[in-house]
Write a protein that binds this ligand. Structure first.
Ligand code: HEM
Length: 243
């Protein structure tokens, strides 16, 4: 079943739903940075300290969802192109073609963003000094833990990084606005009666995700430019980083 077009649509929708759920949980977790260094560090440390099978099981599950989503999307776009006669385009196929082109484009850029993001904040290859940011703040015992608060704020002090994140979040917003309601359609849950309501809910969800993720880099930039005083950091971050 999973090699047929219908099966692939199901797989794309199911893996999409997993990713839709993940972005919400990740965004809500990240927002704890607004409550201070202790809160976000303790949260990140608790996640990193989950038992190995749970931590790596969830990471592999997420990775599988990204791969299945990207591969089935690519295959479906290719199949649709092959099936569509080029000569007598009718208006609806033209529209559907444009939507899938846009989803393919935003999806590919988001894939590049995810790779960058993992190298930036999880594997920490882009700025290896983030690995050395350790602190007692948020630690459950007397051991130093990774200072995620300082790392994220230091990360967003680079204007180009913040701009890249906000642009990527805008593309994620566009991808979700279309993707959420089409996932429900592929799974056969979207009826004509519900179509308009579901599309509205999908758009609202997409904007919440955009706002929830973008607020952190935007606040750091605003503070860096002297417009507000929100986070507890000094320009350059070094003293806090080595606490
Ligand atoms: C402003 C936006 C974002 C911020 C501030 C942010 C922050 C972070 C941080 C700090 C980590 C590392 C946590 C740690 O190692 O303790 C992380 C990991 C991660 N983020 Fe994000 N993130 C953002 C957006 C996103 C988006 C949009 C996605 C996916 C579409 C995403 C996917 C991931 C993944 C997959 C991980 C790895 C989780 C793991 O270690 O297993 N992030 N993020």
């Amino acid at each position: 079943m999973f090699t047929s077009s219908l099966g692939k649509k199901y797989l794309m929708a199911l893996s999409g739903l997993v990713l839709i759920g993940f972005v919400f949980v990740h965004m809500a977790g990240n927002l704890q940075i607004l409550m201070g260094q202790e809160k976000i560090n303790a949260y990140a440390h608790a996640l990193q300290s989950l038992p190995m099978p749970i931590l790596w099981g969830s990471r592999l599950f997420l990775l599988a969802a990204v791969i299945v989503h990207a591969v089935t999307a690519y295959q479906l776009v290719k199949e649709n192109r092959r099936a569509r006669p080029h000569s007598n385009y009718i208006e609806t196929t033209k529209k559907a073609g444009l939507a899938s082109l846009r989803m393919g484009l935003t999806g590919s850029i988001l894939l590049a963003f995810i790779i960058f993001h993992l190298l930036h904040f999880t594997i920490r290859l882009i700025y290896p000094e983030y690995d050395k940011m350790m602190t007692m703040v948020g630690s459950p015992d007397s051991d130093k833990i990774h200072d995620v608060y300082t790392m994220v704020i230091a990360g967003f002090q680079h204007t180009w990084v913040s701009v890249f994140y906000v642009v990527a979040m805008f593309l994620l917003c566009g991808h979700l606005a279309h993707g959420v309601s089409s996932a429900f359609q592929s799974l056969g849950i979207r009826s004509e009666n519900w179509r308009a309501k579901l599309e509205l809910a999908a758009k609202a969800y997409a904007w919440v995700i955009f706002a929830g993720f973008s607020i952190v880099p935007l606040l750091v930039l605003a503070q860096n430019w002297g417009m507000i005083k929100f986070f507890n950091f000094s320009s350059g971050m070094e003293p806090l980083a080595l606490n």
